[in-house]
Design a protein around this ligand. Structure first.
Ligand code: PBG
Length: 351
């Protein structure tokens, strides 16, 4: 065998142009047999992306008739509610089952403790109701965290020293979850990384009778520089410091499993790893550690990098996008939150 390999070095591709006319050496295992045609490759393909895997994040803003492109996220827009409803209907007609909603909150509605987050007539609450009325079968997932509502741009309440307070924040997050459940959210998705919030939100929802509202926990959410374009989209960048006292250190993996275990014990229905591409190893480990659905968040920076390089003509957008997304499935993701969702659904429909 070793001899054969050595002999073959420098020769032309051994299968190329050959027939079974005796040129081939006998070889029991030839993996390339199963790669010979597109049909064979499809037959043995281990992972694929389907429209059921996709969750589409959407940005909603106040106003009417507004659709404003986010400069660092080409093809992603902030929509006023009227136009958002049209977009949701279109996305649903492409077969997408679920959207994740993020509000652009006017500066005048922000305060130190994020009170607008649980306003029953707030932008998110009104949007959930309107979507559920217009496109009832669309699953609505809502973000739980204070950053878009906070004058400090932090996910929690900040004290005089700039410390992010855990337990007082959790109390507000529970109110936020309840107001979203009341508006009709199917799943609430805490992205704040405060300790104990999953349990507190579960208890709060149950006590109010919202037993069927699920929790998609951002369990292993890293303090990542890949969130930059998203913070542009929402004007929600932290006004001081960073998020490293609550989001996880990029160098850690065992800690991700600890967070996952806690969230499962506290009642999470699905767990998330975020970001996705630089954390495929974490997705893989989380997948073997739980039977819950594992969600990967293909975040704004990952999206922006592909879009930017493609705009320069340096990479092929469609191929790189699909290769990236299937890598998340291969790593173990059941579901993917991605700004590419609509584009992928169009491709899957043969568009
Ligand atoms: C807010 C939140 C963030 C993202 C989702 N929810 C930003 C952050 O934590 O700073 C990032 C999403 C993305 O980059 O696509 N808690």
């Amino acid at each position: 065998m070793v001899m054969n390999v050595v002999e073959n070095l420098g020769q032309s591709d051994p299968l190329e142009g050959e027939t079974s006319q005796g040129k081939d050496r006998s070889m029991a295992v030839r993996p390339r047999r199963l790669r010979r045609t597109a049909g064979l490759r499809r037959m043995v393909r281990e992972n694929q992306i389907t429209v059921n895997d996709l969750i589409y994040p959407l940005f909603v803003m106040e106003g009417e008739g507004q659709k404003i492109e986010i400069p660092s996220m080409p093809d992603c827009f902030r929509y006023s509610l009227d136009l958002l409803l049209k977009e949701v209907a279109e996305v649903r007609s492409l077969g997408i089952n679920a959207i994740a909603l993020f509000p652009v909150v006017p500066e005048s509605k922000k305060d130190a403790t994020g009170t607008e987050s649980y306003n029953p007539d707030g932008l998110v609450q009104r949007t959930i109701k309107a979507i559920k009325k217009a496109v009832p079968e669309m699953l609505v997932i809502t973000d739980i965290a204070l950053d878009p509502f906070s004058i400090y741009g932090h996910d929690g309440i900040v004290d005089e020293q700039g410390k992010i307070l855990n337990d007082p924040t959790v109390e507000v997050l529970v109110k936020q979850a309840l107001s979203q459940a009341e508006a009709g959210a199917d799943l609430v998705a805490p992205s704040d990384m405060m300790d104990g919030r999953i349990g507190a939100i579960r208890q709060g929802l149950d006590a109010a009778g919202y037993f069927d509202v699920g929790i998609l926990a951002y369990s292993a959410k890293y303090a990542s520089a890949y969130y930059g374009p998203f913070r542009d989209a929402l004007d929600s960048a932290p006004k001081f410091g960073d998020k490293k006292t609550y989001q996880m250190d990029a160098a850690n993996s065992r800690e991700a499993l600890k967070e996952i275990e806690l969230d499962i014990a506290e009642g999470a229905d699905m767990v998330m790893v975020k970001p996705a591409l630089a954390y495929l190893d974490i997705i893989c480990q989380v997948k073997s550690a739980t039977h819950l659905p594992v969600v990967a968040y293909n975040v704004s920076g990952e999206y922006a990098m592909i879009k930017a390089a493609a705009q320069q003509g340096w990479i092929d957008e469609k191929s790189v996008m699909l290769e990236s997304l299937v890598s998340m499935k291969r790593a173990g993701a059941d579901l993917i939150l991605t700004y590419f969702a609509k584009q992928v659904a169009e491709i899957l429909q043969g568009g």
